[in-house]
Design a protein around this ligand. Structure first.
Ligand code: BG6
Length: 503
């Protein structure tokens, strides 16, 4: 089995080792990195949590997780044996100094065995109220002394609002250098999202068109069929704006709207994204009323099954004012984008699960064909489908074969499935590998997170202060509230949806 010579020997300490994120995402990602030869020759994974488990029990649990959730299917026994011999468990209380002493001893032991100084990655896959406690205790135990070797990975949500995000950044930067902090937004690790940059900046034909002169509007739509599942306690305090727009959707917007970076260095790329966030038009109460729509799902039927409304979900306040849907019209006040609306939409319990960016170009300046020739006239569109279909399609007008001059819209499609044989890695594989390699390009820098909070705060506070009187206002298996259709229809457009591929 090959190993990755680019990464130094690495010790992963996973806080929340028995949690859902470890089971579904982190453990399968580590195992797949191992299978594909991306793990360093010397590595150790230490899961930690309150539950009392032996190494053997923890390893057996991980095997179950891998068998269930890994994209590579059931674990191969011979390869699994090698992988799992590097995995350990430490029962811990994150508030207790002893816990950290124990980590220190384990790190020292690995370093002595490996005759080297390993990198140590503290992965915080825990509830956000534990971030400050764990970070402070790592510092008190002097485990973060070496900025070159020690990194900390923080899952979202990064703060609950601007104030808490500022506080958390302040605390983290009193302990770690920014180059040690890896704030995860898993959308940035998605293959198709990374490809937006390649598509824009590795092709010369895009840039001349990529501006207000040719682009009429942009839509970013991330819809999910799932409801809140068992995350009611977290979600009811968050809602769609905090859970999706403040991070994932605004990051997608930054990829579409950013200026070309001078090079692919982490800070250069992140500087260009911060520029976008800073240039976005701020909302006052009137803009919130006119340009921001919220929704909450009611009960209904999904795929032949009756599903509860949001207020009936477990651990959700039966009178909850939390939005499970949001649609916002943003503007970016700079030379490239002045006057081009960016419509963002996200929601749970929607008709389709899909994440799609649609860039609609302006119409031709003069129509030479008679009306009857253009059966289904459609302005050019570039459609970047992030999931479940992974594709980029350009919609153009073409002449239909035949003796008449009849035009219709056709798609020029780049489809990952048809183009590449290799399975795309999961976002978490990309991101975990980058933490090992020390590449922060796909991670949120502190000022980026703050700029995104700053932008959404006026909307959040307006919504908090003014309860919605019509919740629930969309039913399960729909496209969200009617007001979201009206938001875009007022400007003469409609939400684009990609037809679902036949299975
Ligand atoms: C998470 C949100 O960050 O992203 C979830 O907390 C959401 O509510 C999920 O379901 C969506 O991610 P993906 O990768 O399934 O599109």
């Amino acid at each position: 089995m090959s190993t990755n010579t680019k990464s130094a020997p690495t010790i992963f300490v996973i806080f929340g080792g028995t949690g859902d994120l470890t089971s579904r995402k982190i453990a399968p990602a580590l195992y797949n990195l191992f299978l594909d030869g991306w793990m360093p020759a010397q590595f150790s994974i230490i899961g930690t949590g309150r539950t009392k488990l032996t190494d053997e029990q923890f390893r057996a649990n991980l095997l179950n997780d891998i068998n269930q959730f890994s994209r590579s299917g059931k674990a191969d026994p011979a390869k699994w044996d090698v992988f799992i011999s590097n995995v350990y468990y430490q029962v811990s209380d994150v508030k207790d100094a002893e816990t950290y002493k124990e980590f220190g001893k384990r790190v020292d032991k690995h370093n002595a065995d490996w005759k080297t100084k390993a990198n140590v990655i503290y992965y915080l896959a825990v509830s956000p109220n534990l971030f400050p406690i764990i970070a402070s205790n790592i510092s008190k135990a002097k485990l973060a002394e070496d900025p070159k070797r020690v990194r900390i990975v923080i899952e979202k949500p990064f703060g609950h609002d601007l104030e808490t995000a500022l506080e958390l950044n302040k605390l983290l930067s009193s302990i770690f250098d920014e180059c040690q902090i890896y704030r995860i937004d898993h959308y940035l690790g998605k293959e198709t999202v990374q490809n937006i940059m390649a598509f824009r900046f590795a092709n010369s034909i895009m840039e001349p068109l990529w501006n207000r002169n040719y682009i009429e509007h942009v839509q970013i739509s991330v819809t999910e069929q799932l409801g809140v599942e068992d995350r009611g306690d977290y979600y009811d305090g968050a809602g769609a704006m905090r859970d999706m727009i403040q991070n994932h959707l605004l990051q997608l917007l930054c990829h579409v709207a950013m200026e070309p970076p001078v090079n692919f260095n982490a800070d250069e790329v992140r500087d260009r994204k911060v520029d976008v966030l800073k240039a976005m038009r701020r909302f006052g109460p009137e803009e919130v009323r006119l340009s921001a729509v919220r929704g909450q799902y009611g009960s209904g039927w999904m795929k032949g099954k009756e599903v509860p409304g949001y207020r009936e979900e477990a651990k959700v306040n039966p009178e909850s004012n939390t939005e499970t849907f949001a649609a916002i019209k943003f503007f970016i006040d700079n030379w490239r984008w002045q006057g081009v609306p960016f419509y963002l939409r996200t929601g749970k319990r929607m008709h389709q699960s899909s994440s799609v960016i649609t860039i609609q170009f302006k119409d031709v300046p003069h129509q030479i064909f008679p009306n009857e020739a253009s059966e289904s006239w459609q302005q050019n569109r570039l459609i970047i489908s992030i999931q479940p279909e992974m594709s980029i399609r350009l919609q153009v007008q073409a002449k239909r074969p035949g003796l008449d001059m009849v035009l219709n819209a056709v798609d020029m499609v780049f489809d990952y499935k048809g183009t590449y044989e290799n399975q795309a890695p999961e976002a978490y594989e990309t991101l975990i590998l980058d933490t090992m390699l020390g590449d922060q390009t796909l991670f949120m820098r502190g000022d980026q997170v703050e700029a995104a909070w700053e932008l959404v705060m006026p909307i959040l506070s307006a919504w908090q202060h003014k309860k919605s009187l019509n919740f629930p206002n969309y039913s399960a298996d729909s496209w969200g509230p009617e007001s979201a259709e009206a938001l875009i229809a007022r400007d003469g457009f409609n939400w684009f949806t990609l037809p679902m591929a036949k299975k």
